[in-house]
Design a protein around this ligand. Structure first.
Ligand SMILES: [Zn+2]
Length: 113
């Protein structure tokens, strides 16, 4: 089994990449639409440096313009959250984790930039 397959099949893969968002999106129910928490999450998902992908990069928006895939994943998280698609979010997490391990895994091990 390769490393990527290992991560894909492990539901906790986001824990290492973006632990704060993993706590919310993997281990909690989605907040009620228009609740205070819902607005907070939605605002953060809509902010490139605060969203799931932003956290993975160390809370920066440096990926914008650098990796179109990451920008796309970030945008999709906000869209799926808006539509309350828990299954869609889980799929997006799996795809993002696979993409991250394929293209950016060194970032999380060696954050020197
Ligand atoms: Zn990327």
């Amino acid at each position: 089994m390769t490393l990527v397959e290992d991560v894909i099949h492990k539901p906790s893969g986001l824990n290492e990449i973006a632990p704060d968002w993993a706590k919310r999106l993997v281990h909690q129910k989605l907040p009620f639409t228009l609740s205070f928490t819902w607005f907070k999450w939605y605002y953060e998902l809509d902010s490139p440096s605060k969203c799931v992908v932003g956290e993975a990069y160390g809370y920066t928006s440096s990926y914008e313009g650098e990796c179109r895939d990451c920008s796309e994943f970030g945008w999709r998280f906000g869209d799926l959250f808006l539509r309350r698609s828990k299954a869609g979010i889980e799929t997006n997490i799996r795809m993002f984790v696979a993409h991250w391990n394929d293209k950016h895994a060194q970032l999380s091990m060696n954050r020197t930039n």
